[in-house]
Design a protein around this ligand. Structure first.
Ligand code: S3P
Length: 446
């Protein structure tokens, strides 16, 4: 894992000719985590194909293995998970290191909260500065107990509840991780666990719970989207095909939009409507993105995307769209830097608590590259160049954030002078092989 004390591998992106080709980016990170966790709570054997074999997901595989399930690799992206049934995991013998994985640790805390066992979680320097109070607050109401560092930070010990209580919880922030942690704890609670979200967030947990046979009821109410899970279902193992991650596809997609003459096809991209806000946004900016071969796999919509280069125009991206594209703002900010006019992105407060403070990181990196930006508490305005290459010529500190790394490598393909990132290893979190894949399309990344 990209530990802060190991030597870093810098990477440099330089102006490139047209990008062309067809690629499949790695599997969806959110769905991969859930496939391993829910597979571990099923009765029987789940075969997963297209699993993201990035460091975050491998940390989840190790965690469920340490708790008595068996998740093992059977081939390229194909895994077998032999589950212990709902409530059937057992206490691990040592500390669980979740590396850089926010989703991994927060969802696993939910799983552990519904088991009569004690587990200590830790992570890398990035994960150890991220807030865990958002999951510990509802999980405490369900009967779990937490002891962590000052401020609710990892390392943290979870004492799960022998008899978890079903609760109704209104999310104080738009977070699929918090929603999922509560639902996963609710799996082993007798009765109905309900989460109400004012702003809908990605529903992969709900979809996959249903896929494995749980009863999940979703209602639109005046308070928002109300998700109820009937506790103690028998989850029955079933195969899962993981689509390519739209959050990873967004990087070559924007690169193809920005590098003149490009024509790139991205295969099997998951297009869950609660994830696809980036497509709506880029289309409003004038992007040519064709959706081909639309279909459904394991309860999730999937299609191929064909993208051709063109000049984009600046727009205002409304706050209510943020949950459906929360991980795509770094690369959107790069697209905005080349657009005609200003792009204003609103409702970005959650970006401050991602793998790094992404709002600050984008504002700093773009301005170092000669792009004019305005950073607010919860918004970012990027002044577009209208297609003229920004200056570039800077080195960006990645600060253990994979998406900051990839966003600035894409920027370096269209600047006057190369852009360097100080830590290429960070990308292994979600997109192992990013530089190689981009080089295969024609990108000049060394
Ligand atoms: C995720 C939810 C989002 C997202 C993260 C993955 C998930 O986090 O940023 O990369 O799989 O549930 P929040 O729940 O903090 O918004």
């Amino acid at each position: 894992m990209s530990a802060s004390n190991s030597p870093k591998t810098p990477l440099k992106a330089a102006p490139s000719g047209a990008l062309t080709g067809t690629v499949r980016v790695p599997g969806d990170k959110s769905i991969s985590h859930r496939a391993l966790m829910l597979g571990a709570l099923c009765v029987g054997e789940t075969r997963v194909s297209g699993l993201l074999e990035g460091e975050d997901v491998l940390a989840t595989a190790a965690a469920v293995n340490a708790m008595g399930a068996r998740a093992e690799r059977t081939g390229d992206g194909t895994w077998r998970v032999i589950g212990c049934g709902v409530g059937g995991l057992s206490e691990p013998e040592s500390v669980i290191d979740m590396g850089n994985a926010g989703t991994g640790v927060r969802l696993m805390m939910g799983v552990v909260a519904g088991h009569d066992m004690t587990v200590t979680f830790t992570g890398d320097a990035s994960l150890c500065r991220r807030p865990m109070g958002r999951v510990t607050a509802p999980l405490e109401k369900m009967g779990a107990k937490f002891t962590g560092r000052e401020g609710g930070l990892l390392p943290m010990t979870v004492k799960g509840a022998a008899e978890p209580l079903p609760i109704e919880y209104a999310l104080p922030m738009a977070s699929a991780q918090v929603k999922s942690a509560v639902l996963l704890a609710g799996l082993n609670a007798p009765g109905v666990t309900t989460v109400v979200e004012a702003q809908p967030t990605r529903d992969h947990t709900e979809n996959m719970l249903r896929w494995f046979g749980a009863e999940v009821v979703v209602q639109d109410t005046a308070r928002g989207r109300r998700v109820s899970l009937i506790g103690r279902p028998e989850l029955v193992a079933r195969d899962v095909a993981v689509p390519a991650d739209i959050s990873s596809a967004a990087f070559p997609l924007v690169a193809a939009l920005l590098v003149p003459g490009s024509d790139v096809t991205l295969k099997d991209v998951g297009l869950n409507p609660l994830r696809a806000g980036i497509l709506t946004t880029l289309r409003e900016m004038g992007a040519e993105i064709e959706v081909v071969n639309a279909r459904e796999e394991a309860g999730e919509p999937v299609a191929d995307l064909r993208v051709t280069a063109g000049i984009l125009k600046g727009i205002t991206v409304p706050a209510e769209r943020a949950p459906s594209m929360i991980d795509e703002y770094p690369i959107l900010a790069v697209a905005a830097a080349l657009a005609r006019g200003d792009t204003r992105m609103e409702g970005l407060e959650e970006l401050r608590v991602k793998e790094s403070d992404r709002l600050a990181a984008m504002a700093r990196g773009l301005s170092d590259a000669g792009v004019t930006v305005e950073e607010g508490r919860d918004y970012l305005v990027v002044k577009g160049s209208g297609g003229k290459p920004p200056r570039g010529g800077c080195t960006v500190a990645v600060d253990l954030d994979h998406r900051i790394a990839m966003a600035f490598l894409v920027l370096g393909l269209v600047t006057e002078q190369p852009v360097t990132i100080d830590d290429g290893d960070a990308m292994a979190t979600s997109f192992p092989g990013f530089a190689e894949m981009m080089r295969g399309l024609g990108a000049n990344i060394q």
